[in-house]
Design a protein around this ligand. Structure first.
Ligand code: SAH
Ligand code: SF4
Ligand code: F3S
Length: 487
């Protein structure tokens, strides 16, 4: 939010405005009255806890939820023994859902101890009718359910929830709306995610995201640039541009624009030091983007380029629109153009019909590309996706064995590759005090690798020159040399 809103000055005598975000400002102001009453009766502020599951996009949504709750006047806490607990859920794999069901029992215990407590669920899992049915059936103590398309409505829904009992459900199937200018409570003062687009149109055959996040919508470049300028004014030095497929940014804007063009505009923002982005779909990665990265001083030397499978046959069934050879050629082209880049990836094992031969193709790509890091997943069947209905689902024990083999190869190749940087001097953004070891900080290099290095706590948020002394596989130990920026 750029300008400070004076919520006390909002007239609550009339009906709520129809326009957003004014409507939400009105409900924030109404909830603030409830908070004042709570304070008078209880002698303390009500506490709220936002728990995030899932990806960076969900994490950014959670910061928006926290921002609204903070403006309402809640005391934000990490403890789930709060007066309002909201889970922002993920449903990309079944274990994400199971975690939520597991935690709900514990939350109910807290609710029994605290008569004021309200429990809310939102996010991707709530966009699945079967999950909502199960909650209605077996977790009747949940007070509020909403989805991914209407998270901006938290204040309005909370206003109802605080004044009445019973489960309130507000779910939208889709939206073309993007509500700007709502409050945000950021986790880190020096870095931030920035949404550039919402939804996904790719319909990879295993993936639930397009069904729960809706169609692809790009934010207007002027809104994105305004938000980043405002973040920089508040002390942010690193931003991560967020979208399920950033390479298709801008295609549906009234005045179309490419992702590479957007990056060039972002590069021009004074005071911004680092630019990251997530995620790149290989099918849409343009030469223009490689060129912009090559010439950039601010775009980090990291590309997350999900492979999913190395088998051309499976890639076709996955609806990924590239084959094994094209992926390898693309990775090689990128490494040639930007030699210090780290390429990381996501890989799924056990996709329906995966044979030993298909799996060997995946191992082969790992050998050839030598990913600096890879997130490996066992295929999880998502109801409603085309892959769920495919024949030849791979038996779990076969998938687990392949998963272990893949993981050891990824570890081995990454270790080999990451060892090459030992001895070099790198710029590291110090992100936090290392909780395991006294006097140590943890930060990230431009190529996204983690580095643990010695240094005082007040370096957090600064770019530091660090000599890498040891590689531990996926992370490094380093020796602090000097601060590189003026704070
Ligand atoms: N939009 C991103 C990925 C979002 S989901 C992209 O296209 O790259 C993050 C990762 O979860 C995916 O890259 C994929 O590897 C994994 N994933 C998605 N659906 C899955 C499923 N049904 N089973 C296992 N892993 C899955
Ligand atoms: Fe899912 Fe594919 Fe969209 Fe990524 S691009 S979110 S894997 S459908
Ligand atoms: Fe999960 Fe939704 Fe992200 S399903 S991975 S939180 S888009």
């Amino acid at each position: 939010m750029d300008q400070k809103i004076d919520f006390e000055a909002i007239d609550l005598t009339g009906p709520p405005p129809g326009q957003e975000p004014d409507r939400q400002y009105y409900f924030i102001a109404r909830c603030r009255l409830w908070v004042r009453e709570f304070l008078e009766k209880q002698g303390r502020l009500p506490r709220a806890c936002v728990v995030n599951y899932g990806c960076q996009m969900n994490a950014r949504d959670s910061e928006k939820l926290a921002g609204i709750l903070k403006e309402i006047g809640y005391d934000l806490t990490e403890s789930e023994e709060a007066d309002f607990v909201i889970y922002n859920t993920c449903t990309v794999r079944d274990n994400a859902n199971q975690k939520v069901y597991g935690r709900l029992g514990y939350l109910n215990g807290n609710k029994k101890k605290n008569p004021h407590m309200k429990i809310a669920l939102c996010g991707c899992m709530m966009q699945e009718p079967s999950a909502v049915e199960k909650i209605k059936r077996s977790y009747g103590f949940v007070d509020l359910i909403f989805g991914t398309h209407n998270i901006f409505k938290l204040a309005e829904l909370l206003d109802v929830c605080l004044r009445q009992d019973g489960m309130i459900i507000d779910l939208w199937e889709d939206t073309d709306q993007i509500v700007e200018a709502l409050p945000v409570d950021r986790k880190y003062p020096f870095k931030s995610g920035v949404n550039i687009m919402f939804g996904c149109n790719n319909f990879c055959s295993y993936c639930i995201v397009p069904y729960v996040r809706g169609r692809e919508r790009s934010r207007k470049p002027e809104d994105i640039l305004k938000e980043i300028r405002s973040l920089v004014d508040q002390g942010v030095v690193e931003i991560m541009l967020l979208g399920q497929n950033v390479n298709s940014y801008g295609k549906n804007l009234p005045e179309p624009m490419t992702f590479a063009q957007l990056l060039t505009e972002v590069e021009g923002i004074r005071g911004l030091k680092r630019i990251r982005f997530m995620t790149s779909h290989p099918k849409d990665l343009s030469d223009q983007l490689i060129q912009v990265m090559q010439n950039s001083k601010k775009i980090c030397r990291h590309l997350h380029l999900p492979l999913q499978s190395g088998s051309s046959r499976l890639l076709k069934l996955m609806n990924r629109h590239y084959d094994k050879e094209q992926y390898i050629a693309l990775a090689q082209k990128i490494r040639k153009a930007i030699p210090d880049i780290a390429i990381t990836t996501d890989i799924i094992v056990g996709f329906p019909g995966e044979t030993e031969e298909d799996f060997k193709d995946t191992l082969d790509v790992v050998e050839k590309v030598q990913f600096e890091n890879a997130f490996t997943f066992i295929y999880s069947k998502r109801t409603g996706t085309p892959a769920a209905a495919m024949a030849d689902q791979v038996p779990p024990e076969v998938a687990h064995r392949r998963f272990d083999r893949l993981l050891s190869l990824v570890q081995e190749t990454a270790k080999r590759r990451n060892a090459l940087l030992v001895g070099t001097k790198q710029t590291v953004l110090a992100e936090e005090v290392n909780s395991h070891e006294n006097g140590m900080l943890t930060g990230r290099m431009s190529n996204n690798a983690l580095v643990h290095f010695n240094g005082p706590a007040d370096l957090v948020g600064s770019l530091c020159a660090v000599r890498l002394t040891e590689s531990k596989g996926f992370y490094y130990i380093g020796q602090y040399l000097q601060q590189e920026d003026e704070k």
